[in-house]
Design a protein around this ligand. Structure first.
Ligand code: FCB
Length: 473
């Protein structure tokens, strides 16, 4: 039963009946069928097909083959008892070249997915952009080019009209921080470019796309959905005397560069000042902030771990300034003197520190800043090196991670945070971006040779939680 211990290992905690438990995935990570039924090429196809970009040389050509195994996967979700499923839509399946012609086969696929969810009593939560930009748009500058935001608006209008009678929650973007800073700053993610000014232009054009996308959805949907965006807000810990200044700089780039325009209607002045030697922010045009600053119904938060930062003393050996993803350039333009400090374990297989207390604090902080905005956890989970034993996967570390983080969620709610749901990352093992298949996040195992799905012990545990709304033993 509930121990109340500070180690966040409570069991027996009860979640409200209307709290929604589900699972999340993303199109490029699970679908495969990369060149079938009219799908265009995305930046992740190009990136993963480029030698040296993915640590284990893998790509998403087949991955979980979800595109061909849709019914099986829907049945799996039903078996787990999921109440909601957060998936993303592959833009190049809908508009293969990024502009103009629409691919009906792509629309049909997502229409079958949404119908299949509804038939099984599972709420569809659709993300419009989880990083798979059509390659022809990247060839014209990608997110550094303002035009991409307008192409996003067009794509949104198409898919919004097609699914806008059934999708319950629309999420415009997943983690625009990654798209901008890892895609155009550090180069760890597609398209692999490394220019600080480009990364900041991408930040703004992604924000603009969010606003344009919301307006497009509002104009075409016929049901009464909720609108949202998913941010990977950074939970930051300052180290030593310079910690507070380092936190301020990283908070500006990593968090307030998005929450500022989206939720307050302005870029924070300190962000503009910190980056003044890199860009004059001339890409922000008159009227943009009004477009970006629109009401949303729920804010999606993805959380995995914390970051500890301080200002480099200029003497001791410099630690990577890029946090927890491999990188060539910098993911933090303008924060050149910020140093990311190794944190205490335990760690997941990603090397990320396990910190449920950081999760609770983040949720409390976000709620304090936006008290009227409901929150939803749109991703949380952990990679561990799973072993199959007699056809089962005993993964107590993952269950422990989930228990601790769900305890954090519960404690935040007890503390008054308005949290509406929790989507575990991920439904099943999949292509983990620059890490390929080397990191397994699923509560369901995928054997990449046979594509057989096996529910892990953590999946059975999660399924019990979903059904009872009580954190199991
Ligand atoms: C998040 C991504 C998601 C997954 C997890 C582990 O940054 O949104 O696709 O890769 O990390």
């Amino acid at each position: 039963m509930s121990s109340g211990n500070a180690d966040y290992r409570d069991s027996g905690l009860v979640f409200p009946e209307d709290f929604v438990f589900g699972a999340a995935t993303a199109s490029y990570q699970i679908e495969g069928a990369w060149n079938e039924d009219g799908r265009g090429v995305s930046i992740w196809d190009t990136f993963s097909h480029t030698p040296g970009r993915i640590s284990d040389g893998a790509n998403g050509d087949v991955t979980d083959d979800h595109y061909h195994r849709l019914e099986e996967d829907l049945d799996l979700m039903k078996r787990l008892g999921l109440q909601a499923y957060r998936f993303s839509i592959s833009w190049p399946r809908i508009v293969p070249t990024g502009s103009g012609e629409v691919n009906q086969a792509g629309i049909d696929f997502y229409s079958r997915l949404v119908d299949g969810l509804i038939t099984r009593g599972i709420t569809p939560i659709a993300t419009l952009y989880h990083w798979d930009l059509p390659q022809p748009l990247e060839d014209k500058g990608g997110w550094v080019n303002r035009e991409t935001a307008y192409r996003f608006e067009e794509y949104t209008r198409v898919i919004g009209a097609a699914l806008g009678d059934r999708v319950q929650i629309w999420t415009t973007l997943n983690e625009p921080w990654c798209s901008a800073y890892l895609g155009y700053g550090s180069g760890a993610h597609a398209p692999g470019r490394t220019d600080g000014a480009d990364a900041l232009a991408a930040v703004h054009h992604l924000n603009l796309a969010h606003g344009l996308g919301l307006s497009a959805l509002r104009a075409v949907v016929s049901n009464d959905p909720q609108y949202s965006v998913t941010l990977n807000l950074h939970a930051l810990r300052g180290v030593g005397e310079t910690g507070a200044e380092a936190v301020r700089q990283i908070d500006a780039l990593g968090n307030r560069a998005f929450t500022g325009p989206m939720l307050h209607g302005a870029y924070p002045q300190d962000l503009l000042d910190d980056t003044a030697s890199i860009t004059d922010w001339g890409f922000v045009q008159e009227g943009d902030l009004e477009i970006i600053h629109q009401p949303i119904d729920v804010l999606g938060i993805n959380y995995y771990s914390t970051n500890a930062v301080r200002i480099w003393d200029g003497v001791s050996e410099r630690v990577s300034a890029d946090g927890h993803k491999p990188s060539a350039g910098s993911a933090w333009p303008g924060a050149d003197r910020v140093e990311f400090v190794q944190q205490d374990g335990p760690y997941t297989e990603m090397g990320w520190n396990i910190a449920p207390d950081g999760f609770e604090q983040l949720l409390r902080d976000v709620h304090a800043e936006f008290p009227d905005l409901p929150l939803m956890i749109t991703e949380n989970g952990a990679a561990f090196a799973d072993v199959v034993t007699d056809g089962a996967v005993h993964d107590p570390e993952r269950t422990d991670y989930l228990r601790r983080h769900l305890t954090a969620v519960h404690r935040a709610m007890e503390g008054g945070v308005d949290l509406r749901g929790y989507m575990v990352w991920s439904l099943m093992d999949n292509f983990e971006w620059a890490y390929g298949f080397s990191k397994r996040f699923g509560v369901v195992r995928v054997d990449y040779d046979t594509l057989v799905r096996t529910v892990k012990d953590s999946g059975l545990w999660y399924s019990e939680l979903v059904r009872t709304h009580v954190i199991p033993e």
